[in-house]
Design a protein around this ligand. Structure first.
Ligand SMILES: CC(=O)SCCNC(=O)CCNC(=O)[C@H](O)C(C)(C)COP(=O)(O)OP(=O)(O)OC[C@H]1O[C@@H](n2cnc3c(N)ncnc32)[C@H](O)[C@@H]1OP(=O)(O)O
Length: 437
């Protein structure tokens, strides 16, 4: 076992240090109720950590920080990430904690670790996320919950019985897990269906993006692009969301599930499915990577997190990445043409297309972003070149780590360039990052 890393110490570095993205590992993603129906978020996160540790030669090693999270959580998941580390092949003295940023969790975790490395506080850390819809906690009704808590404190059998007075038969029904926004009561799909309609995005355009996502992910597996990014788990070797040989006709046959009447265009094929899975990325200082003989895939240059006011309806729930991309690119004096790879989380095909439309819209860029000129059109060949969430699936907290690793690997394969990573999140937030090699 190598000696633990000795960070340069907070505040001792003359300037922020480069942050290397050294490796990324995830387990194959699986549609809810399939391969990981009996797996917990902790088990899946541990499996991803183990895969990374084995591939990067970190078995038995103490890292400076492991930061991850999950959107769907049980009360037993006090510090899910720490428990995952304790169950992994990493040294048990590795500090680990959770962050929460809905679907942006994996990328926000990377921001935390990267900041520590840039400031000299850490030499090496892991960021990621894990989520399971299959193992979602089933919640009881509010009257029953209160009665159960009263009964727990009761001192006699009679008092325990009395605690349930007023609980009606219908209160005994479990409350189904939901993916609705707390302040609007609308699901993510309903929110995005409104935005998609507002921007006039057609069903055909959404299906075309979904089809490209499947074809590109299929090609990425065939070319070996994912060989060092995915580790098998529970007998699954590839994402089972992926439909090899998918055709436009198959997508066109699906009926809309979000939106109303003739204007409804979101289907199970152009929306992410409910998914189980986990993903992690290894971040380090250049000195640490060189010491281990590990060549960085790319460097994480900068990040940005923004929020929109979706509650008043001033903006679409999943439009926050537009503002984040604008702030990040403007800060670096970059335009869309300066980006060689854009890894944009495909929550819904409509969400990606409204993001692209906003970046190209002169009025939106002037009014919302305060820019004299719009950013322009994104070259589709550079957008999610190895497939996206529509084909891989979207275990909420894991997606940020998946897209970050995919973008870094894409830069490594092409031998250099710049990549943008973008993830929209519930709560009207967006997390984006800029990578270079
Ligand atoms: C920030 C963010 O990321 S927000 C995004 C958060 N994510 C979400 O909100 C998840 C949204 N997704 C969902 O809620 C669900 O997946 C839904 C409602 C879209 C679909 O749910 P379901 O109807 O249970 O999906 P299901 O998997 O059964 O698919 C329905 C049908 O479409 C078919 N289908 C699904 N995907 C595809 C596809 N890509 N191509 C062709 N057919 C497909 C299925 O085979 C099924 O057909 P069948 O009825 O003949 O068996």
């Amino acid at each position: 076992m190598a000696a633990p890393s000795r960070p340069a110490a907070f505040g001792r570095v003359a300037a922020p240090r480069p942050v290397a993205v050294v490796a990324g590992t995830r387990i194959p993603f699986s549609k809810a109720g399939r391969a990981y129906a009996a797996a917990s978020a902790e088990e899946m996160l541990t499996a991803s950590l183990d895969g990374l540790a084995r591939r990067a030669g970190l078995v038995g090693e103490r890292l400076d920080a492991v930061v991850a999270g999950a959107v769907v959580r049980h009360s037993r998941d006090l510090v899910l990430t720490r428990e995952a580390v304790l169950g992994s092949v990493l040294d048990p003295t590795t500090p680990a904690w959770d962050v929460g940023q809905a679907c942006g969790t994996g990328l926000q975790a990377a921001v935390t670790v990267a900041d520590g490395i840039a400031l000299g506080r850490y030499e090496v850390g892991v960021a990621g996320g894990s989520d399971t819809v299959s193992d979602a906690p089933v919640v009881v009704s509010e009257p029953l919950r209160r009665a159960l808590l009263r009964a727990r404190g009761a001192r006699s059998a009679a008092a325990r019985l009395q605690a349930f007075a007023g609980v009606r038969p219908r209160d005994l029904l479990p409350v189904a897990p939901r993916t609705t926004e707390a302040r609007t009561g609308l699901s993510m799909g309903e929110h995005q269906a409104r935005t998609t309609l507002e921007w006039g995005i057609t069903r055909e355009a959404q299906d075309e993006l979904a089809l490209a996502s499947h074809h590109r992910l299929e090609a990425a597996y065939a070319s070996g692009f994912l060989d060092d990014l995915v580790v098998p788990h529970r007998g699954l070797e590839r994402d089972d969301v992926l439909r090899p040989g998918l055709t436009a006709e198959q997508l066109a046959r699906l009926r809309p599930v979000f939106g109303r009447g003739e204007t409804a265009t979101t289907t199970a094929g152009n929306a992410t499915p409910l998914t189980d899975g986990a993903a992690v990325v290894l971040l380090a200082s250049d000195a640490w990577a060189a010491d281990r003989g590990l060549e960085p895939l790319a460097h994480l240059v900068d990040t940005e997190t923004t929020a929109v006011d979706h509650v008043s309806g001033a903006e679409g729930l999943l439009m926050a990445p537009v503002g984040a991309v604008a702030r990040l690119l403007d800060r670096h004096g970059l335009g869309l043409d300066d980006l060689d790879v854009l890894e944009v989380h495909e929550a819904f095909a409509g969400q990606v297309l409204t993001t692209l439309a906003a970046l190209a819209d002169p009025a939106y860029c002037r009014v919302r972003l305060g820019r004299a000129e719009p950013f322009g059109e994104v070259d589709r060949a550079r957008l999610n070149p190895h497939g996206g969430s529509l084909a891989a699936g979207h275990p909420f907290a894991a997606t940020g780590a998946r897209v970050l690793a995919s973008a870094a690997k894409a830069l490594a394969v092409r031998g250099g360039g710049r990549a943008l990573v973008s993830v929209c999140a519930a709560g009207g937030q967006g997390v984006v990052a800029l990578l270079e090699r």
